[in-house]
Design a protein. Structure first.
Lengths: 462, 70
């Protein structure tokens, strides 16, 4: 509905301009009022409240990326190589993730547009549609692996696969039902907090803290250089930064209504998320390290099998926590990944795309989100699903999507026409381009290794 | 858009939105496309490199799918 009389305070809108407001605007405005009230006061309590109000996308994206396949990669790392090089290496990969994700915060806050929308508008329909379709395919295949993790994790407790899938879908749907970004974000954050159950599991294995400290400082013992090590290095990098993260955090930043004034808190949010995700990842490596000490093979271990293997060491309760952690990882990732697909679809097709939309106004958005999740969940229930092939395709599609996504991110964040004074300073560009190069090279190498496993035999590996 | 039924307190909502959101945060403002970027030499080279990369990778993927299917 158009409203045409004099507004009292217009934030850059001329007094006689006809202004159209929507339900989505009103919901976002309510969130912004609370931020403004908290910002107007000084003191520790109000500072903490402001942080509480502004955190969300960064924590969600980092804990969301600690998904089923990622936690399996960390578990395999601990079981195959024990405590050593990989502890500080995983910390380093999350530092790289911060560098990349910080750029999405700035882009979202400065332009109030999602990543897919900016690519579409600034680089044309070809790259816009390519990014959206590639992301959609990659996300869908990844969603399948998330539901596999959920099924396997709940399978540890004897839950039949179809009930496991229904539970996951009910949680996803429950978070959506509020039709408020804020409520959705808080429900998903509460679910994501369970990613930290890997910490008590790690403590139950009684790690030798001097060995852990030594590994973190010296990066020793080194695992030796062969094909297996290279693959696990690339898998751990791939477990930390993936295309959906770029699209999700930028879209969530926009949907949350963050502005340039909030970029500092967006950075804290991202760093906090990375710290929590690092703690969970390191804990998973520590938790499965006893399997390395006991000379158990971790090849082809799935979520439930890791929990079963750990049971003689940490007991039934610890093993149950480990399996629950895998379930949580799958559920949170299924929520964030399906949301990132829906955001990208709305941005490219210019259909309403917000978690603040009522169902009637956001039919396309909610339909895409629900369809992705339900279809992926349904596929998991197909008997004899070729899991290995699905994982292979996930990796290949991620390799296809990652270099363009990173290149466009780098170009957009240095685009003075849309970023103004918020373009990256030269030192940040040197850092970011280094990280972009490493991530792109790692992604390509990982893709090649998946497509042609024998290619690394020349490295002297197994 | 907001109807009377959905937002009985329309004037208050309008004031709230206009005083709390930046102009380009409004849904209405986001309907406008951002102008396309004018690409120069190095940027065009990067995009062409990406196109070649994608063609190569798509061929690899198709080969992989075909091999697996047989």
């Amino acid at each position: 509905m158009s409203v045409g009389s004099q507004p009292p305070q217009t934030n850059g809108i001329a007094g006689d301009e006809v202004v159209v407001i929507t339900h989505e605007d009103v919901d976002r405005a309510h969130d912004r009022v609370r931020v403004s009230e908290a910002r107007a006061h000084r003191g520790f309590f109000h500072g903490a409240r402001l942080l509480w109000l502004l955190v969300g996308p960064g924590i969600l994206v980092m804990l969301g990326e600690n998904d089923g396949p990622s936690m399996l990669a960390y578990a395999a790392t601990g079981a195959k190589f024990g405590i050593g090089f990989f502890l500080p290496f995983v910390v380093l990969t999350f530092v790289m993730a911060i560098v990349v994700q910080e750029m999405t915060v700035r882009l979202g806050a400065a332009t109030h547009r999602g990543h897919a929308e900016l690519i579409f508008d600034r680089f044309g329909p070809f790259w816009g549609w390519f990014s959206m379709i590639d992301l959609a395919i990659g996300n869908f295949l990844t969603l399948i692996t998330e539901f596999i993790a959920i099924r396997a994790g709940l399978g540890f407790f004897g839950v039949p696969p179809w009930i496991a899938v229904v539970i996951a879908l009910a949680i996803l749907y429950g978070a959506l039902m509020s039709h408020r970004y804020w409520t959705w974000e808080r429900i998903t954050l509460a679910a994501a907090a369970f990613n930290l159950v890997f910490i008590p599991v790690a403590l139950m294995t009684h790690p030798h803290w001097h060995v852990v400290g030594h590994a973190l400082i010296t990066w020793h013992p080194l695992p030796g250089f062969n094909k297996d090590v290279l693959l696990i290095v690339l898998a751990d990098i791939g477990a930390t930064v993936t295309p959906w993260m770029l699209f999700f955090q930028q879209s969530a930043t926009v949907d949350k209504g963050l502005t340039t004034k909030d970029i500092h808190f967006g950075r804290i949010d991202t760093a906090l998320g990375a710290a929590l995700a690092t703690a969970a990842a390191v804990a998973t490596i520590l938790a499965t390290a006893p399997l390395f000490a006991h000379q158990m093979t971790a090849d082809n271990f799935q979520a439930a099998e890791f929990a079963q293997a750990l049971q003689p060491i940490i007991g039934r309760f610890g093993a149950s926590l480990f399996a629950l952690g895998m379930v949580e990882a799958g559920i949170v990732a299924s929520i964030t990944i399906s949301t990132s697909s829906a955001y990208a679809f709305g941005e490219v097709t210019h259909k309403p795309h917000s978690l603040n939309l009522p169902m009637r106004q956001g039919k396309a958005f909610y339909s895409v989100l629900t369809l992705c999740a339900v279809a992926a969940a349904g596929i998991v229930l197909i008997p004899g699903l070729p899991l290995v092939y699905v994982v292979l395709l996930v990796n290949v599609v991620a390799v296809l999507a990652m270099p363009p996504a990173l290149v466009f991110l780098f170009m957009l964040v240095n685009d003075k026409e849309i970023m103004g004074d918020l373009i990256s300073p030269p030192w940040a560009n040197v850092l970011a381009s280094g990280v972009v190069f490493i991530l792109t090279a790692a992604g390509v190498l990982f893709g090649v290794s998946v497509i042609a496993p024998n290619i690394f035999a020349a490295l002297g590996g197994k | 858009m907001v109807t009377k039924e959905e937002a009985p307190n329309l004037e208050a909502d309008r004031n709230l939105v206009l005083s709390s959101l930046e102009h380009d945060q409004l849904v209405r403002a986001k309907k406008h496309h951002i102008p396309r970027r004018i690409l120069k030499g190095p940027e065009l080279a990067v995009l062409w490199t990406l196109r070649v990369y994608l063609l190569f990778m798509m061929a690899v993927v198709i080969y992989q799918v075909w091999t697996a299917a047989h």
